[in-house]
Design a protein around this ligand. Structure first.
Ligand code: M6R
Length: 612
């Protein structure tokens, strides 16, 4: 949830830490701080506020300091105050710690450290116990002290620790929270996420759960929990630095929406055999016999990824003929799900670090089920722990509101449905071939939706929508998950209260809220339920609701009934959600702009939810 950077080398550490923290700021917004190692002491500078505030307070000072750690915080234990900002220090102020995660037994540790060992605490955070614990165990070797301290800890952590007594050395530890070490020439850098490293190096070593690292300008040594030195392969990052920056757009979200045609194409690339026109997911180690035996699939995810899963259910059931259950991960993990043999669990997570999704994955594996992960981040916890991984090749998604990752998750689910369907003999080859052809045509159709003409139409509509505090999204069949995702996007970044309903549910309650002019965004892209949805639109019209319909070109009866219509390029109905999602993303974006809200970093939210 928070952002972590540590540097040791020959350059000005504070500048490198600030630059790295800015790249990670989306992971934690409420406070920031650095600890710099200087002349046998630690210089701490931290406060509630943004990284830019921290940069101002450093005011170009500490030019000669070449070692330090930095942190951006998203509050979990303790309010966002100066005292609660990281780094946290030991009593002697010789040891400083930055931490991402949650120390679950921090109450009892704090009590012991205060009452029996005489330590003085300055913050309300769980993290501060780590600084005092390391101090308690320190006998001249920081690595050993961190190892002993973490042995007392229950919970999750990515930690970087420095001591004024060990110049040039960073000690790291990881449990259930990511840490990646970037390797340089005469310098090394550690961070909780790749964008903070890219300006310096593409060569990395990933720290695994239960491991520790000792980092100096010349060496990176990784140890297991018993202190055995490990040989870790170098992992080369292929992301372009530009790909992690805004690329000329005002916001990451808009940039990421615009990248969708390429992201969709990339996710299909190499998975569709252009010669045979067939989907080929042989990259998954699932054999035909296994797929034929499958009796049920459980899809588990959170937020937007969960909405992708709802569409996945419909398409897998339709194309592969396998019953699918979809669960929100935080419910799945605590509801004792009936997991049996001949079942498969599919977890979906953009970041691959969402705590509940990871817990659901682990639970499923404990119960003996195979887990297939759909994720966007190579080397993420989900990707490493799942049995099989299908990557979405969306590239780094920085905006908190997920857009391109969502669309590529949908593509991954179509590919799975078609592949499984063909192998199981549920999908006729000619039907599969037609679907594949239409899938491959989606990037061009997406480009049309992203034309200036469409954008200006949506901008105009959002001027109306932005003056309301409440809105509805409705749709039937596979338009319904798109409505759910559209409502989530709108509330997430514009702060308008938005609710999605299966259109047939309107008369079972929500119709009471339809008043003159209230915005209702109706998804009507499915021929099979066209007339039914149209009737629902008429019910809204009759009560004065202002319907904005998202439909397909050629569905002319909608245009007759509704004032504002956004027509998608014609598309095979089952694939319409990929196109229909885009105007809903743009509606959220332009409405947020019109209301002046913070598009890329909505209040109270973080990009990667690595705590429960
Ligand atoms: O990284 P994940 O896909 O596991 O994240 C799941 C949700 O936290 C995420 O989709 C969230 O709902 C988005 N901010 C929505 O735009």
């Amino acid at each position: 949830m928070c952002g972590i950077v540590g540097y040791t080398g020959a350059k000005k550490a504070s500048a490198i830490l600030i630059e790295g923290l800015k790249k990670l700021e989306y992971r934690g917004y409420d406070s920031a701080g650095v600890a710099l190692q200087h002349d046998g002491r630690l210089v701490i500078n931290k406060a509630a506020g943004s990284v830019a505030d921290l940069e101002k307070s450093l005011d170009g000072n500490y030019k000669s300091i070449k070692v330090g750690i930095g942190h951006t915080r998203w509050a979990t234990h303790g309010r966002p105050t100066d005292e609660n900002a990281h780094p946290h220090c030991s009593c002697s102020e010789e040891i400083a710690v930055i931490h991402n995660g949650i120390i679950e037994n921090h109450h009892s540790l704090r009590q012991w450290l205060k009452e029996d060992a005489g330590h003085n605490f300055r913050s309300e955070t769980d993290t501060e116990v780590l600084a005092h614990l390391v101090e308690e165990y320190y006998e001249g070797d920081l690595l050993e002290a961190v190892r002993k301290a973490t042995a007392k800890v229950e919970g999750s952590y990515a930690l970087v620790v420095i001591s004024s007594r060990e110049p040039g050395r960073l000690i790291c530890a990881r449990q259930d929270s990511p840490l990646i070490i970037g390797l340089g020439e005469g310098e090394n850098i550690v961070a909780s996420d790749i964008p903070a490293l890219l300006a310096h190096t593409r060569k990395t070593k990933v720290l695994e759960d239960g491991e520790f690292a000792s980092i100096t300008p010349e060496n990176v040594d990784i140890f297991n929990s018993e202190g055995k030195l490990l040989n870790r392969e170098i992992f080369e990052i292929t992301w372009d630095i530009e790909a992690a920056e805004k690329g000329g757009y005002d916001h990451f979200m808009l940039k990421e929406i615009m990248e969708q045609p390429a992201a969709v194409k990339e996710t299909m690339r190499q998975r569709i055999n252009t010669a045979s026109g067939k989907v080929d997911l042989s990259e998954l180690g699932l054999n035909g016999e296994e797929l034929t035996r499958l009796e049920k699939i459980h899809i588990v995810a959170c937020g937007t990824a969960y909405h992708a899963g709802l569409l996945g259910k419909a398409v897998i059931e339709e194309l592969a003929g396998i019953p699918v259950e979809v669960d929100v991960a935080s419910e799945f993990r605590y509801r004792n799900p009936l997991l049996k043999e001949n079942q498969l669990v599919v977890v979906i997570s953009q970041s691959g670090e969402t705590a509940d999704t990871l817990a659901a994955l682990r639970l499923s594996r404990q119960k003996g089920l195979k887990v297939l992960a759909i994720t966007n981040v190579v080397g993420s916890s989900v990707s490493r722990e799942a049995d099989e991984v299908l990557y979405t090749w969306a590239g780094p998604e920085i905006a908190v509101a997920s857009t391109k990752a969502y669309l590529t998750q949908l593509i991954a689910l179509y590919l799975i449905a078609i592949y499984f369907g063909e192998i199981r003999g549920n999908l006729a080859p000619e039907t599969a071939a037609k679907l594949v052809k239409n899938l491959r045509a989606l990037p061009e159709k997406l480009k049309k939706i992203l034309s200036e003409e469409s954008l200006s139409k949506l901008r105009k509509y959002c001027d109306h929508l932005s003056s309301w505090d409440s809105a509805f999204f409705v749709g039937r069949n596979i338009d319904y998950p798109v409505a759910l995702e559209g409502a989530l996007k709108l509330k997430e970044i514009s702060y308008i209260h938005a609710e999605a309903y299966a259109a047939g549910e309107l008369k079972h309650g929500p119709l009471a809220l339809i008043v003159e002019g209230i915005p209702v965004i109706a998804l009507i892209t499915q021929k099979a339920v066209f007339e039914k949805t149209l009737s629902n639109i008429q019910e809204v019209n009759a009560r004065g609701g202002a319907v904005f319909a998202i439909t397909q070109e050629g569905f002319n009866d909608v245009t007759k009934q509704v004032e504002s219509v956004f027509s998608l390029p014609p598309v095979e109905d089952i694939l319409a959600p990929v196109l229909a999602a885009v105007p809903t993303q743009l509606i959220a974006y332009y409405t947020a702009l019109a209301r002046g809200s913070s598009v890329d970093k909505p209040r109270n939210l973080a990009k990667s939810v690595t705590v429960e």
